[in-house]
Design a protein around this ligand. Structure first.
Ligand code: FAS
Ligand code: PHB
Length: 385
């Protein structure tokens, strides 16, 4: 088998890259180790930046998103019971859209015309500096695909980044001393917009998927086990962390999904090794506090798609040569914002009394400064590429 590009991973990054390439006439095969149903079963991100909305339209996969997605003009930050709305529309005339990653993935799967090989096991990358090829096993048969380029869109635990010699990569990491326990419930959201809440007991987030389905999170210790959390325990803890009026308005129910995600910041540099390019969670991880993970993956592959199309169609290497430096500049700004939101809103074991006063002062400054609110708004709705 031969293809111009082999994409490892059929998550949102791999599917979006494959779609953009095929629309430009560039042949790309996607290798995914799980089944399509398994990929769709993951409950992850929920907020799309305007850049991601535009990319779904460019991929001709945005119809259901516009029909079912919820446009949000702002978010609320709550700090020990005090609240501050960040009005994106009034501050910078921008917005976000609430539309689950599961739906984005399903829409991209439906739009895809090219070959996506699911349950492709034991993927291996070969001759990255020369004439690259990929081997894998499907239905017990080992196969080989020769290609011009490989895109590693296989997430944090994927094979692509691990195929780069350690001496050729520099990694930067911060692991946070807590995780997020998330619950999905078929109840109307407690508020029209998202609520990010700081409380001395820990962070909480009130999010949503539609007018009838809500997503909630509470900060938990890293060693917490989801089986220790009954629905009642979760709802009681969430109420304790919200201001009284919001707690009172909360509509609870039986969870349809409950899981704990660890929080880390991670970046690998550079994001190109010979004919291999890394994009999405294969290249970086952000704590979900800034709603950047999915959106950063999408902005990576928008740049990578243009670079690969330029090379395959116009025979120019300018884009692929500039890829790593270009996306890393934006990645680090998203890392900074995600770290800042996480530092402001979570309780840390070593914060201490001085650190808690600094967090409070940060919130008070934000509440009193339009400039600070504009800064948060432009980062949250998505910095320019
Ligand atoms: P993905 O991890 O989504 O996709 C990688 C794909 O590659 C997977 O389908 C995997 O099966 C496949 N793969 C892996 N190894 C392979 C191999 N060796 N061979 C073939 N295929 C292989 N972001 C937010 O913005 N908000 C959130 O609330 C949020 N919550 C999250 C919760 C969890 C538990 C996790 C893990 C992430 C969360 N994220 C969140 C971040 C998440 O949305 C990612 O940013 C997004 O999935 C990135 O997409 P991809 O880069 O495509 O990686
Ligand atoms: C979600 O709805 O899953 C979500 C929303 C915003 C975040 C993180 C997660 O910052």
């Amino acid at each position: 088998m031969r293809s111009q590009v082999v994409i490892i991973g059929a998550g949102p990054a791999g599917l979006m890259l494959g779609r953009l390439l095929e629309l430009a006439g560039v042949d790309a095969v996607i290798l995914e180790r799980k089944s399509a149903d398994y990929v769709l079963g993951r409950i992850r991100a929920g907020v799309l930046e305007q850049g991601t909305i535009a990319l779904m339209d460019r991929a001709q996969a945005g119809q259901r998103m516009h029909a079912e997605g919820l446009v949000h003009q702002g978010v609320e930050l709550s700090f020990d019971g005090d609240s501050q709305r960040i009005d994106f529309a009034a501050l910078i005339d921008r917005h976000v859209m609430v539309y689950g990653q599961t739906e984005v993935t399903a829409d991209l799967m439906k739009a895809r015309q090219g070959r996506t090989l699911y349950e492709a096991e034991d993927v291996e990358l070969h001759d990255l500096a020369g004439k690259p090829f990929v081997t894998f096993r499907q239905n017990g048969v080992t196969q080989r695909i020769d290609c011009d380029f490989i895109a590693g869109c296989d997430g944090f635990h994927g094979v692509a980044r691990q195929s780069v010699p350690a001496s050729a990569l520099t990694t930067f990491e911060r692991v946070y001393p807590f995780g997020w326990l998330g619950v999905l419930v078929d109840q109307p959201p407690v508020a029209d917009e998202l609520i990010y809440a700081h409380h001395e007991r820990g962070f909480a987030l009130c999010s949503q998927r539609s007018h009838t389905r809500s997503r909630y999170y509470v900060q938990v210790p890293t060693d917490e086990k989801v089986e220790n959390w009954s629905d009642d325990r979760f709802w009681d803890e969430l109420r304790l962390r919200l201001n009284p009026a919001t707690a009172e308005a909360l509509k609870t129910g039986v969870s349809i999904e409950k899981s704990i995600a660890p929080l880390r910041s991670f970046v690998a540099e550079p994001l190109r090794f010979g004919k291999l390019f890394l994009a999405g969670d294969a290249a970086h991880i952000v704590p979900p506090t800034g709603a950047k993970g999915l959106n950063l993956a999408m902005s990576d592959v928008a740049v990578l798609a243009d670079a690969l199309i330029e090379h395959c169609v116009e025979k120019s290497s300018a884009g692929i040569d500039a890829y790593s430096a270009k996306v890393l500049a934006r990645i680090w700004k998203a890392e900074r914002f995600s770290w800042w939101m996480t530092s402001l809103l979570h309780t840390f074991p070593d914060t201490g009394s001085f650190g808690r006063r600094i967090q409070r002062a940060e919130f008070d400054y934000l509440s009193g400064s339009l400039a600070a609110q504009q800064s948060l708004a432009e980062n949250y709705t998505g910095l320019p590429d």
